[in-house]
Design a protein around this ligand. Sequence first.
Ligand SMILES: [Zn+2]
Length: 240
Amino acid sequence: MAKLDLVLEELVTANRILAREEVVDSFGHVSVRHPDRPDRFLLSRARAPDCIEVEDIMEFTLEGESIDARDRKPYLERFIHGACYEARPDVQAVVHNHSPSVIPFGVTDQKLKPLLHMCASIGHDVPTWDSQTKFGDTTLLVENMEMGRDLAASLGRGRTALMRGHGAVVVAPNLRHAVFISVYLEVAAKLQMQAMPMGNVKYLTNGEVEKIINRTGPYTIDRAWENWCRRAGRPITKSA
Ligand SMILES: [Zn+2]
């Protein structure tokens, strides 16, 4: 299979997995940087992730302009993706979701922090981006590049940021890794809400997070990917 075809198949699979694992529902999206054109990215037309097929995948410039839209309508919030690729050359995949357990951490002063080793990939400190700070009253949707760039800046060098009253953004060096972090971001939030009423929580230290991140590679991620492909009813392709 040609490189681009492999990437398109993996992107369909990523959509189905995120839906199956309840990180996205009818809303939320995942993209990948174009394998041959770093100044472009691939993202489905506006469609629920569990319904997405290869022919739904569109190509965009980093400014969010579609290359060959035909009759396909893009996601309004495609600017999240373009702005992350623009700000971070190391980023090869982006997920935007509204996964329910992360929402309380975006609207309170309770910081989301990993307490389980599998969740270290979310980073030691998960920042929260508040659209209100710079843009005042909006629909909270990231509907232009200015908002996208402001959100991307809030990531710093990290891999996750919460969006107040809205959801989260996850960036990663490849598609499988972005899916992995997104699934465990939801797990982290759920566990933290369960642990907090029980007493003082001992979170992972910065040093622990760094050590775990440094050894999280295909050995770990591909095992999860195989399992999630099975659960989502998708074939396991050779890693794109
Ligand atoms: Zn959204």
